[in-house]
Design a protein around this ligand. Structure first.
Ligand code: ADP
Length: 303
């Protein structure tokens, strides 16, 4: 049994017209993780999700869900997966209740489990009072919640949400975040795509940043945020120095004999560097703040 909820290897997708939406991406998501796929519009996020959920045919590469290959064992892989896309994906003329029971029936669940899960998710997502309404009569926020309930009704191990809170009001966003955290704590692996850093930061343990069809960074959320909070300062000194001794967590990088850089973060503030220079009789000619490359990347990703 694999301890990976999702394993993608060398995945590529070229759409007609030679549009390379995914260029050989690798992605591994551990069981139990809460994972963000962050990237700007057009990065390839929906294409990746479309391939995982067998709505888009891949050009090359492999995808395994809980160790099950989506090509060789399609229906078994599909049972492990729930997907919440961006477009309404239920029959709007069915009642809310029917949408869930039909979906559960499609997975071959017993009538008892169908009723149990349908009742549970309708109540949990605040749709119980609307159970006899046709889907088309629901508000946008309720439609979104019904899509989440539909994706979960067969208790999948892996839940993937494509931009779950795009265009939803703040209240729904918060309640959806709480709900997702709860089901993740109860063991469901969750992957979401977003172009809001804030959303990834709030929810996710690990993150991959995707841009122009390539994964440009994979990291834990915590270490990525630490990096975002640090800045690099470059000091031009009045005299040449062979090296500057690294001390007290200050790690000086030599650029040339009179130029050194140092990372400033929560532990190392600028004062500490200036005090160190003064105590060691190192004189500064000028100082510049070299913008963090990652921060630049984020600015370009999130604008
Ligand atoms: P994201 O979800 O990150 O916004 P997409 O996966 O939707 O990115 O798109 C990735 C790239 O593939 C974009 O350049 C987009 O225009 C292109 N693309 C997406 N779907 C199609 C399609 N059906 N036909 C042709 N090109 C497409």
């Amino acid at each position: 049994m694999s301890n990976l909820a999702l394993e993608i290897k060398n995945l590529s997708k070229t759409y007609p017209g030679n549009i390379e939406a995914l260029k050989n991406i690798d992605l591994s998501v551990s069981a139990g993780d809460f994972y963000a796929l962050l990237g700007p519009n057009g990065a390839g996020k929906s294409t990746a999700i479309g391939i995982i959920s067998s709505l888009v045919t891949k050009t090359s590469g492999s995808v395994e869900i809980l160790g099950i290959d989506i090509d060789t064992n399609h229906s078994k892989a599909k049972r492990k997966l729930g997907v919440v896309g961006q477009e309404v994906n239920f029959n709007q003329f069915e009642t809310v209740y029917q949408v869930l029971t039909h979906q559960a029936g499609y997975y071959g669940m017993s009538p008892k489990d169908i009723k149990k899960n349908t009742d549970y998710y309708l109540q949990r997502l605040g749709l119980w009072d609307k159970r006899n309404e046709q889907g088309r009569n629901l508000s946008g926020g309720m439609k979104r919640r019904l899509m989440v309930a539909k994706a979960l009704v067969n208790n999948p191990d892996l839940l993937i949400l494509d931009e779950p809170t795009a265009g939803v009001d703040i209240e729904l966003r918060r309640s959806l975040w709480e709900f997702l955290q709860e089901i993740n704590e109860n063991g469901t692996t969750i992957i979401l795509t977003t172009h809001y850093l804030e959303e990834a930061e709030k929810l996710c343990k690990n993150i991959s940043i995707i841009d122009h069809g390539q994964i440009v960074r994979t990291s834990s959320m915590r270490s990525l945020l630490q990096e975002l909070e640090s800045e690099i300062y470059v000091f031009e000194l009045t005299a040449s120095h062979e090296k500057i001794v690294n001390s007290e967590n200050l790690e000086f990088q030599k650029i040339n004999d009179t130029t050194f850089s140092v990372k400033i973060d929560k532990v190392n503030n600028l004062n500490k560097v200036l005090t160190y220079f003064s105590q060691n009789n190192i004189k500064i000619q000028s100082m510049t703040n070299e913008t963090n490359r990652l921060e630049e990347l984020f600015l370009s990703l999130t604008k």
